[in-house]
Design a protein around this ligand. Sequence first.
Ligand code: NDP
Length: 400
Amino acid sequence: MGKCMIIGCGGVASVAIHKCCQNSDVFEGIMIASRTKSKCDALKEKLQPTTKTVIETAQVNADNVDELIALINSYKPDVVLNLALPYQDLTIMDACLATKTHYVDTANYEPLDTAKFEYKWQWAYREKFEQAGITALLGSGFDPGVTGVFSAYAMKHEFDEINYIDILDCNGGDHGYPFATNFNPEINIREVSAKGSYIEDGKWVETEPMEIKRVYNFKGVGEKDMYLLHHEELESLALNIKGIKRIRFFMTFGQSYLTHLKCLENVGMTSIEPIMYEGKEIVPLQFLKAVLPDPASLGPRTVGKTNIGCIFRGKKDGKDKNYYLYNICDHQECYREVGSQAISYTTGVPAMIGAMMIMTGTWKKAGVYNIEEFDPDPFMDALNKWGLPWEEDFDPVLVD
Ligand code: NDP
């Protein structure tokens, strides 16, 4: 069917690459292009004997638009799947524009010097992508990603209007370390140490970090503390889902994680302000990343399950209706299948599916779109087929 260039070769990319290789009818060729080529080569060596997908590798600095353009022109992929870091979104989008190549990512752009994620920078490319006749699919991970697909599906099949969405992200996994992050530590800590926020009646309401706590009993996991966080899909869903009055995002954290995080914050280790250390400028958070366990190394140690989904409240045929859509994913099963824990898995599988939707022409419209702006049905089918089956509950316990 076609060729895909995958940029980045970390935890999420590794899962997406495994999945592309399982899906070689669609992914006839992939190029793994990242900063450290040896990681790309190691994955190629592992996977090439197992798949018909022809794997190529390359070194690229994705901060450099000219380098990206040259690489895209030499490989001529149908789609570029950006699984590097949010800082690279705009340079990769620029290179896609210059080469008229479709673009898919899993996280919205974030400037290095301000821990603030919003869509305005990427939405500003709408006209340019439309004029170039290419698609940018934003946020094709789990959250954002599957949460948007779930919302579009609920809107299409279950509701006339959705008034409330609570997105619940529960990781019941235990890796045995007192403190480690499940995906890129720098991005993860920037996210959880930021102020919380949610949207109510069209306005953002801001909270202190971890100010709002609830306890929820998750199927497959059990009772967990969860905290309200700011999360990027709130911004797009509030615009794209009809009738929204309030939308919130909660994530579970254990007490040990929170105590460590507070201590690291208190001593200044989570700061993104550069400091001088022995004559060299360093960013404390980047140094912290260097001493924390690599998320990719958590796979063999992590046991337990994740449960991520959305609780919808709205109206159908004039009556109130509640509906919960979620996926349960087992860390050890993921590890056995692709050598990664469930956080990378639940992001890497939808990333592959998003690229597949564009590559097969199943989703086809020129411009820059969030995932909930496409027909959810083929994506929902693909989730069941490619390892993230979803479950429904028509009488869920609600979050107050
Ligand atoms: P990792 O840090 O494990 O991987 C990032 C990869 O990008 C690494 O291979 C890194 O190279 C490469 N990279 C970084 N900078 C550059 C650059 N300038 N040029 C080329 N390559 C570069 O991160 P994750 O895999 O955990 O996360 C990947 C993305 O997925 C992030 O954007 C994250 O926010 C997003 N994500 C989305 C989720 C969702 O549900 N939507 C959930 C989890 C993550 P090197 O190997 O040299 O370090």
